[in-house]
Each structure stands twice: as C-alpha cells, then as structure tokens.
Design a protein. Sequence first.
Lengths: 110, 256, 506
Amino acid sequence: METNLRDTPLRRFNTFWWGLALFVVFGIICFIIKNFIQSDEMYSVDDERGKERIVKREQVEAAQAALLDYKKEGNEVQLPPSALFSAASELKILETQPADSGVPHNKEFK
Amino acid sequence: MSVQPIDPKKPDLEESTNVAEQHAAVTRASAAATREQQVRENGLEPVSIWIFIAGSIVAIIAGSVLFSSNNLFGYDKFVKAGYVQADEVGGVKTVPMGEVEAVYMAKGASSYNKCKGCHQPDGKGNAAFPPLAGSEYVIDSPVSVLMAVINGVEGPITVSGKSFNSKMDPQLNKSTDNLEMAALVYYLQNSFGNKVGKIYTPEQMNQVKAMVAERPEGLCSAAELDKFRKIQLEGDLFEPGTLINKKTGEVIEQEK
Amino acid sequence: MATKIPNIEDAQLRADIDRSLRHPVMFFFASGAAWLAVSLVLGIIASAKTHSPDFLSCCACFNVGRTMPAHMSTLIYGWGAQAAFGVIIWLMSRLSRQECKKSGIILAAGHFWNLMVAIGTLCVLVGSNNFMSGTGIVWMAFPKPIMIALAATYFLIGIWAVIAFRVRRGGHIYISQWYLLAALFWFPWIMISGILFSQIYLGDGHPLMVTASTAWFRSALMFLFFTPVAAASAYYIAPKVSGRPVYSYSLAIFGFWALAIVGPWAGMQRMMGTPIPSFMQFLSAGAAVLMIIPAIALFVNIIKTANSNKDAMSYSPSLRFTVAGAYGMLTFTVLGALISLPGALQYTQFSTAQYGLELTGLLGFFSMCMFGAIYFIVPRITNREWISASMISQHFWLTVYGVTFIALFYTLLGGFMHGYTLEQVGEPTEAAVGRLYPYAIGLTTGFVFLLIATFMFCCHLLLMWLRLGRRSSHPTLLARHAHASPHGPEGDLDKLESLDSNASAN
C-alpha cells in the first residue's frame, strides 16, 4: 500500500478540535445574535390577562380574610379560625370528659 | 487474521512467500470483500433532454408558487384583522346571516347571562337590585340603559316606584363591539314583558360612545340617568326583517 | 467493465477496514433495528387509538399524546439516526480507505446514545412533569437534557468520519463522500439550531419562533440529514453491486448541489397563514416543490445504473432495496410538493397528510436505502452470509406493502379527505375524524405489515450479530441460479470465477 502522506497525527488533532470549535462557535454566535436582536419587552397576552386576574384574586382574598377577623359585638366574639383552639382550651370547653359507658365491647357498655 | 502483506519487492521466485497461498488465504477469509467490485463514477452518459424538461416544469411550478403571494415582505395584506371565516354550503361560500331581531335577541340573551345573578333571569330583580321589567330607565331611551351598563350606577335610585340603593360596576366599556351593545339594548327593551320594538343600528351606538367620552369618569347617579332618559338616538332604525351579518353586524343587501 | 480478478491488496484493505469497524457498526444496526420495531409497535398503538379509542385504554402510558411523540422520536433517533451513523462511519471509512482506530469510542458513544433514547422514550411515555418531561414538540419530544446529550454524543460519533475523510488516501472524492460530509456537518447544525431555538429559548423567546423553528427542524432533518445519507448509500450500492459506473457523474454532482441549495429552505410551508413573514412561507412552499429536481437527478442516476445490469437487480437484496428506496424518494418528494402547493395546503396543513408524508419519507425512502446498505454491509463486517433468502424477500415485499398503504391511504387520500372535512366551517371536528376512520385503519394495517417485516429483519440481524450466519463464500441471493443450489455454485472458488458474471454480484 502506498504511504498516506495525509495521515498525520497533527492533521487528526486539528480536525478534531476545529470540528468541535466550529459548532461551539456556532452555538455561541446564535446565542449572541438572538439576545442582541430580541427586544426586551416581551408582551404575552397570557401574562397580561394573568395580572388582572391576580389583582382581582388578591382583592377577593383580602375581603374574605377581613370577614374572618377578630370581631366583638356586645357579648359575642368572633375569632379567626387559627385562634380557635387556643381560646377554646383557655376556656376549657374542649377538654375531654370521661365517658360514662366505659369501653366498647365491655360488659358494662350499654 | 494475520496474513503477511505481499511485499512487492519480493519476486515470486523467493521461497518464503507462496503468492497463491497468500491470495487464497485472503480470499477465503474475506470472501465478501474479495468479490466486491470497484466503484467507478466516470459515467459519462449525456443527461437526457426529458430530465431537463421535467426539471423546467418543476421550476416553473415552484416559481409560480413562490410568487403567488403578491407581497413577499410584510403580512399586512396577508393577514386581515377581524377576519371572520364564511360558512361554506355546498362549496359556495355563504355569509352567516340572519334577521336582525333574531340575531339581536340571541346575542343579547347571551350577554345577559352575566346579569342574571343580580337582576334575576326574569328581569324582576330582588330587594337589593332594581327590576328591568317595566323599568323606565330601560324603556324610555336606549341611552339611559346603555350609560348605566357602561359606566355603572351608584347611589339611591327609584325604579318603577320602588327605591333601591346599591352599586353596579361597569359591565361594558367604551370599546365594546357596537353589535353587542345594540343587541343588548334590543334584548332588554323587548324581554321580560317590555315591548319597545325599536331596532337600533350598530352605527348609532357610536353616539352613545361619544356621550361616554364626554362625561367625567365615575359611576352614574340617578339624576344623571334621568337626564339620559330624555335623550333619544338620532338616525334611522332598522326595518324589521333586515338581514344582517351575524358576526360583523353589516347589513346584507337583499336581491329583489 | 467489472473487474473480474480480485485485487488482493484492495480486498485486504477492505477486510481490515471492515474488521476494525465491526463492533460499532453492527451495534448501530442491531440496536437501530430494535428501535424500529419498538417505534412501529408504538405507532400501531397510536394509530389504533385513532379508530378504536378503547384500545389499551387501561394505562395512561398508551394514550395518543404519549405514544405518538414516543413513536416519532424512537423512529428518528432510535432507528433513523443509528442506521445513518452506522452507514456513515462504515461508508466514509471504506471510501477514504482508512481503518477506524477509534471504534471503542464510537461503540461507547453508541451505547450512550441508546441509553439517552431509552430514557427519553420512558420520560415521554411516563408523562413526567418536571425538567425531564417530554417537550411535546413534534420530532423533538425528548426532554431537553436528553436532546442536548444526544447532540453532544453525536459529536463523538461523527467527528471520526470527518477525520477519516481529511486523512483519506489520495485520489478522487467520490460522490457519496460529498453527501456524507455534507450530512456530517448539516446534522449538528440542524440539531443545535433546533434545540437552541425551540427548547432552550422556549421561555424567553417568542412562541412563533419556537413553532417556526420546529417546522423547519422537521423538514431540514429529513432533507439535509436522512436524504444525503440515503443518497450516499444508494450511490455506493448501485454501482458496486451492478458493476457499472454511475450513469452520469455530472448529474450526480448537480443533484448534490441542488439538494444543498434547495433543501434548507423547505419547512415553513406548514406555517402558511401564520403571522410569520410571508416570504418564509412561500419560499418554503417553492422549495418543497423544487426538491423534485434533486430527487429526479438521484432517481435517474440510480435507476439507470441499476438497470444497466438487469441480472443484479433480480437477485441482489441490497440493490433491490436501494432501487425501491430511489422510487421511494421520488414518491416522497412528489407527494411533498403536491401537499405544499398553496392551493392544497388549505386542506393538508392540519391534516394527517403531513404525518403520512413524514412516514413515507422515513420509511419508504430512507429506511429502504438503509436496509439495502445493511444487507450489503453486515456480511462484510461479520464475515458471514445471510441465512435465509426468503426472509429477505418477505422483508422486502412486506415493507413495500406497508409503505404503499401509508403513502396512499394516509398521506394522499386520507390527508385530503381529512383536510377537506376540517375546512367545512359548519361541521364539527368529530366529523373529520369520523371521515378518517377507514384511512386510519389503512395506516394501522400498513404499520402491521411493517412490524412483521421488521420483526423478521431484527431476528435475521440478531442471528448475524451472534455470528450465526452462513459461513460461506457465496452470497445469499434472492433468485436461484438455474444450475446450482441456493448457496451458489459448488466447487472451487478459482474455477468459479470463470463462470458467468453472476458470481460477482453483491
């Protein structure tokens, strides 16, 4: 076989790294051009409509939370749900009482 | 498979190499590769004229495709805003149309769906919200009802002898479609027992929109609505039975 | 004329090249064929759902929304890419007369590619909802990390072929090498552009950019990767097997440049009517029509070359598949042009014609050429001959039937019927799907034919991979010689070379 003058380690090395460089550079150029050309404001209809909805939802939630606030009218007191159990335990209205009838399936259970 | 490569410098007379054996060994080991032929691409047949003709026909068709869009750069002439596709009945494009009263009633009824919650499906309202049935603000003039719906109402108001004091937020705005407004007016004025019968055109709604632009921002009060009750819209009304386009509200000329 | 006397040095070199490439190429072909079978099974499930929605409705993983992207993705990345890689590295090494020293790396990269495809398919079928979820983008349905990994793995496979070309032993550059080199560069360009603009910029890019990029990606992958690889294989097999030179060299070069110039423009005709600049849509429609020209060049060259040796046509499996692939290319481009005419686009733009066209191209053109190449290459790298000629023949005819069903029923007839019904403004969409019912059954039938054919092919290939093929110096041919046993003429090899030219086929 005739000797292949083209087959040198340098040529192989070169081809490998130039090949890699070509497409890495292509990717970088794409990235740069895209970010350069694209305008900063991106209007998305979904996002704009969403903003209106979010404002409305926050208003509704604030109104509903306001209904659950602590209120006192004369003898009646309205507590927010999170404070219910601590107040009830203070007032001792949720303490467990011993049951009269005993353990179920017991002879004494009526 | 280790076959010693044939050394061209060694003549056949040299004892150590038996060329026939070497050849046979290679041939046996790689029979498939041995029987392969060389690839040659020096075919010089002339390209047939039919290929050129076929290619030209294809190129002409492609060119006509390319230039069938009259305008290659820019899509303003290509994309029409507000385009409504026409129905196709039996291959002939028809326009969705109907008689104006039917179109208005249907459209107004669907607009009224969101009003049902307060004004009730029968238009009689309840203790908090005024009725639309027999309401002078609805019957006397289209301007008062439209201004109420567009701007909203607040404050004490007396409707059909009863007084109410609530707030209605604006339900439409000044950029609502004219057709929708005209349809809503017709529906309110001709449902729940009302029988006004006047068919307003979508163009007349522009007068209402002008009035909206003139007045200051804010909800209407009863006094303002009373003023509006006395204003009528100018211009010709639709004749009953006019055909209009269901989607755009344009009048369709009927061939006599 | 054909060389009758084997040049021993050439044979030795060819054998060395084949031996060095044995493992990666065989692996690519075998795993590719297995993925083809998988993709056809998924395709059957997906198309069965169109006409029998209750088929396999037990599991969510069999829904059309999952099996259809999985089917296309495995077809493209599992079968198409791997078959292409196998052919590229073998063909480029052979044509550059270079042994491949990096077979180990290619084999490892091939395993990694398979792993990525498997993970991607699972992600699509399972329907995950995190960063590893299927993207839903047609032809790029694998999750984003998988697509990036695939693009990176390709580099480790393709660069060696480029190096082999650069250090080639001197001499003329054959037309196949043009096509292969072009495909080697186009593939990463298409993948990088597609992935970058459709998946990585998904969040902060304009949604139209994503749609346009994916429409272009589909067409470019078909025209600029699968087509050149299939063309390269056809331009190699046809003269090799028939023993005649390529019909017209200038036409071959013209066909290559026509493909290079016209190919990248096609694709956006699917976006006709969308608010992208109208020149893009119409240029693409024009390019889709113009693609017939390189197809004609390829078709004429291959058919004329093969026909100049009619005997070879009748009994060489690789030549038969390659010629069928040439017919497939012409069908594919003509159908594509028909569908992309603006007058027809109003019917075909959203109908099944697009999917049917892609199947026709992938299965009818690319796969046929790849089968031809595989039937040629595998005996050389495994040193065994194919076991059963009748299996090859059945593979051929069942594939032809299957592709004909798909092209006729789903692309042409069904596509236009579906599109016409969709166009009727008054009718609901269910009517269009109802009209599609018989054509969907036609598609499923076509897929079943193809699955049987592929199953046979897979078994055959697996046996060859396990080196259980025939140990013989006579090739497995499709037709019996009048005088001899199916395994070829008996007797001494040297004496047989003086017999008729039949022995030099394949």
